[in-house]
Design a protein around this ligand. Sequence first.
Ligand code: SF4
Ligand code: SF4
Length: 305
Amino acid sequence: MKSNLVTYDRLVSYYYHKAKRENAIYIYNNRSLNDNREIDMLYKLVAKELAKEDPDDAIVLPVLSFQLISKCNLKCKNCAFYSPYLKNEIYHTYDQFVEMTNKALTIVDQVQIFGLCGGEVLLHKELAKMIEFLLKQPKIRNISIVSNGTIIPNEDILKQMRGAKRCYLQISGENHHRSKLNEIKELCNKNDVAYVVYNDREWRDFSDLSNRNFSEEQLEKGFKRCDYACFELFNNKIYYCCFAAINDYLNKLKVDESECLNLEEETSVLREKLKNILNMKYISSCRFCENIADNFKKVIPYEQL
Ligand code: SF4
Ligand code: SF4
């Protein structure tokens, strides 16, 4: 019997086919910055599907995030980046950032959203310079500065973002850190700085890194709907997702060379490898990831240690 339920998969499939029909991989650019988290998730899911096939052989990444820094002013017990637990701080300097980003941009034809993530990126001393650099890159369409909404952007950062509609502050934690939020919104409005504030969605518990023995069907289905998969530039590599990146870095779950890009390799080799990765049905890290579970375990967002 045919079900009329509007499931997640059906919704994604609908927008995927619509976007394909209209040749509209750029759907995200038409959004209003006040769209909510669900639209962002949907965008990533649709764009991920579209990124797999391109008649002109172009590689258009929906999202490429740079994990700049591990330092954070908050100490969230369930931080997926393990920020409060790291013994050695992770910090990419401006020069490292430029070198890695330049190399990444030789591999792809376009990046729809280039994200700067942490940790808390507003604590990075060279952030303004990085934004200035990104705004000059023709292959990057939008730039998202991801912040937990508890730090006021300084004047150097505001100066770079002022009037640059394609570069916006992405603030999460709306329901948890209201103290600074209104001040940040006012400042952004006053300075013509674009921002988007997300309501908190649930956080998932990524602490169990054992092999979950998911079936092939579960892995493929879970991977398809995973909106955490958005390519991560980190430690001179590009990973499929943040979960794979940080756990590989900490030697908790090793990522095979075939599933990440080592930026020291030749551009042509990396480009072919990226195409293969884009068409994978899932990556090995998914076997250990809570995101695949049908009823994933939830934890309290922003619970402090
Ligand atoms: S705000 Fe919390 S979850 Fe985000 S990086 Fe900082 S400690 Fe981690
Ligand atoms: S390991 Fe797989 S399911 Fe988990 S975040 Fe990465 S791509 Fe998504």
